[in-house]
Ligand binder design. Structure first.
Ligand code: HEM
Length: 227
């Protein structure tokens, strides 16, 4: 038991925690995307509200929600620990850097993209989650979503954040597969493609909301706001 606890203080253990929390957050994103897609049903946001009410009212899902926020915090702390440990191990840096040849932009900027996603998340929770979970707003959640994206800077912030989220996931998913041991040559190319496809699904799926509601494509915004 003590040995296995010690393992999490090693760099291998930390990478494992990073991979597992990252995959857990990715599964949440798939679930969240499914729920949000219900906003496109053109039913005045009814299906979306029912789904949200079910999620908020289910005890098991509420418990998983605590796990979600725990997972986000652990993922961030772990990233900080790994970065600091890497800096300590290599404080001066290489005399000649071939970074751009040996690594991708996605992998070199995980800290930057992760920080911007955290900034996005704070604004996001403040707009949608806290008012409805802890307050008594007069409007529905579907109304708030459609309404928020009528503001150009807010829609633009989401769009940029979703592109960076796509970049973060593109490297993150691959890296998690690698850490979890599925990275032999035979599978490397396939897993890289799988990671990119999954990242694209999340990126395009979430980026569609600011675009569709801002431009009122297929009357999605009017359907919710005019009723
Ligand atoms: C761009 C499209 C998005 C829309 C329209 C959207 C909408 C919402 C709404 C309406 C809620 C409140 C749900 C509730 O209280 O039941 C919510 C919660 C939340 N969102 Fe988003 N979201 C989007 C993207 C994202 C992304 C990309 C992330 C993560 C990087 C994220 C993370 C969260 C979290 C952690 C919560 C609180 C936990 C939960 O409700 O389950 N959202 N979102």
């Amino acid at each position: 038991m003590v040995e296995s606890l010690k393992m999490f203080y090693t760099s291998v253990g930390r990478k494992l925690v990073m991979a597992l929390t990252g995959l857990f957050l990715f599964v949440f994103l798939l679930e969240h995307l499914y729920g949000n897609l219900l906003l496109y049903k053109l039913d005045v946001g009814k299906a979306f509200e029912e789904y949200s009410a079910f999620m908020a009212g289910n005890l098991i899902i509420r418990a998983v929600e605590y796990g979600l926020f725990g997972g986000i915090i652990i993922h961030i702390l772990d990233a900080l620990f790994i970065t600091l440990a890497n800096r300590k191990a290599r404080p001066i840096g290489y005399a000649v850097s071939h970074q751009s040849k040996n690594s991708t932009w996605y992998s070199r900027n995980m800290g930057l993209t992760g920080s911007i996603i955290l900034f996005f998340l704070i604004i996001h929770l403040r707009t949608f989650f806290f008012p409805h979970r802890f307050g008594h707003p007069e409007t529905t959640m579907a109304y708030d979503v459609a309404n928020a994206f009528q503001t150009s800077w807010y829609a633009a912030l989401y769009l940029v954040s979703m592109v960076l989220l796509g970049s973060h996931l593109n490297h993150g998913i691959q890296s998690a597969f690698h850490t979890l041991g599925r990275n032999d040559m035979k599978y490397r190319k396939t897993l890289k493609s799988v990671g990119t496809i999954l990242a694209l699904i999340i990126m395009i799926g979430f980026a569609s909301f600011p675009i569709v509601f801002y431009f009122d494509l297929f009357g999605a915004a009017t359907n919710i706001l005019a009723n």
